[in-house]
Design a protein around this ligand. Structure first.
Ligand code: MG
Length: 271
């Protein structure tokens, strides 16, 4: 019973803390690095402890036209209409295992692993278009799941969130397990969604202490869903996010969550 009460109390704390767009960042703590393998909470917590289910973001219909937003002249093209994969590599090493198809559409190769940009980025504006499989298969986190990781650490969730229940801080447009989207403007499976992300990297002083956290603004299908959110640390499936070792730069990562989500028209502007 004591364990159950403890879990309920912790879950209640997460409900209060997670959805706020201005949630205070956790204090800097040692032990969290760019490696996902070093997680001090891994053996003490479960994934369910950081899932929140309320309030449910209201559904907003963003309308639909299958339009590719042209890249501005100062953007770096990460995936263009020519489908060239020159800017990407496999996270596990070697060439990019995902292939582009007709008109520069690239689809996750399930089981082949995540992909990273060869370049690293700090403050930036990132445009990504993505499409969940149609017909849909699976449910909750198993339906059209991928992700866009800023600096390889902070996941903006990609998920088929059209009529698909899951924890709200894990639906499309969430800063994963930290901030649910303000509303849910996800389009139907098979239709293209757009993410326009403004990412401000965290800053550390010369002693390695956090000066200010990363910040994320996200416009999802033309609708604001993250409003200058103060990121609490690298996003985690298990555990409490926190900042650790200082760093500068990091690649953009696209996630292989074993679902064949497609991407097109990815470009970035350094700020
Ligand atoms: Mg994901």
């Amino acid at each position: 019973m004591e364990k159950v009460l403890c879990t309920i109390a912790f879950a209640a704390l997460c409900v209060v803390a997670a959805p706020a767009q201005t949630a205070a960042p956790a204090p800097a703590a040692a032990g969290q690095t760019k490696s996902a393998g070093e997680n001090p909470d891994k053996n003490q917590m479960t994934p369910a402890m950081t899932e929140t289910f309320a309030p449910v973001p209201p559904v907003v219909d963003p309308g639909y036209a299958d339009v590719v937003l042209p890249a501005p002249s100062d953007a770096i093209i990460l995936l263009g209409k020519d489908g060239k994969m020159d800017e990407w590599k496999a996270e596990k090493g070697g060439p990019c295992p995902w292939k582009s198809e007709k008109d520069g559409v690239m689809t996750v190769a399930p089981g082949e692993g995540n992909i990273l940009t060869k370049r690293e980025f700090n403050d930036c504006q990132l445009h990504v278009e993505w499409r969940s499989p149609n017909p849909p298969s699976g449910n909750s986190q198993g339906r059209g799941n991928s992700g866009v990781f800023m600096q390889n650490l902070y996941e903006i969730q990609v998920l088929d969130s059209y009529d698909n229940k899951t924890y709200v801080n894990g639906q499309a447009g969430a800063v994963y397990k930290q901030s649910a989207p303000l509303v849910n403007p996800c389009r139907k499976p098979g239709q293209w969604n757009t993410y326009d992300i403004v990412f401000i990297a965290p800053r550390f002083n010369d002693k390695g202490q956090l000066l200010y956290p990363a910040r994320v603004t996200l416009i999802f299908n033309g609708v604001l869903v993250q409003n200058d959110f103060a990121v609490q640390g690298p996003t985690l499936n298990v555990g409490i996010p926190r900042y650790g070792e200082p760093y500068t730069g990091g690649p953009i990562k696209l996630q292989d969550h074993h679902n064949p989500v497609s991407f097109r028209n990815i470009w970035i502007r350094e700020l």
